[in-house]
Design a protein around this ligand. Structure first.
Ligand SMILES: CC(C)(COP(=O)(O)OP(=O)(O)OC[C@H]1O[C@@H](n2cnc3c(N)ncnc32)[C@H](O)[C@@H]1OP(=O)(O)O)[C@@H](O)C(=O)NCCC(=O)NCCS
Length: 165
């Protein structure tokens, strides 16, 4: 059975550990920064459970277009004049890839944004996932180094993202 729901306080450590399984070491974030994003915008933090096992999560929050949220930043606040939904992190356990869990979580965040009258979306894609976001309708705005070893793309979608199957 698949369950999607908002993360709760007691899920955060497990979700953080799952992120460490899903990402290479260079992209690991501190537990503090994960907790921080949950603290400032818990409604943008959702998880996907399959048979009661957490298999994926998404972390998003309102933000400003053209501004990147860097890894391991655990001290920023949300802007009062937010104009986009920033998808900071979506991660699915490798055993559960291509079962639409990622798409369902992204869809939930799109719905959340639309409910708040937000129609711009942004995020960072590492090179291997640029194609995934392009299929949602995101375009590359600029390339930069997310960490010293990891080139990445800042991407935006200035309309409601729609998956191109
Ligand atoms: C990228 C990720 C979130 C996708 O989630 P998922 O649940 O496996 O994907 P879904 O089942 O929703 O979608 C599957 C579709 O996306 C496509 N897809 C998956 N990863 C892709 C990629 N990196 N590039 C292009 N297309 C991709 C699949 O080919 C499939 O297409 P199809 O429906 O035409 O067969 C997942 O692979 C993941 O967690 N990766 C590691 C963490 C990461 O890099 N996250 C993104 C950066 S924020």
């Amino acid at each position: 059975m698949i369950l999607l729901r908002n993360l709760k306080d007691e899920d955060i450590k497990e979700a953080h550990s799952l992120g460490n399984i899903c990402y290479p070491l260079d992209l690991h974030e501190s537990l503090e920064s994960f907790q921080w994003r949950f603290k400032i915008y818990s409604e943008g933090c959702r998880g996907a459970w399959v048979d009661n096992v957490l298999c994926g999560y998404i972390v998003a929050h309102i933000w400003k277009l053209n501004e990147i949220v860097y890894l391991n930043d655990d001290s920023y606040g949300l802007p009062k004049d937010a104009d986009c939904m920033y998808i900071h992190d979506v991660a699915i356990h490798p055993l559960y890839h291509n079962k639409h869990l990622g798409s369902r979580l992204v869809s939930d965040i799109i719905t959340l944004a639309v409910c708040k009258n937000i129609y711009n979306f942004a995020g960072v894609a590492i090179k291997s996932t640029e194609g995934y976001w392009k299929r949602w309708g995101f375009s590359v705005e600029r390339e930069f180094y997310y960490t010293v070893n990891v080139p990445a793309f800042y991407m935006t979608c200035k309309k409601i993202p729609l998956w191109r199957g």
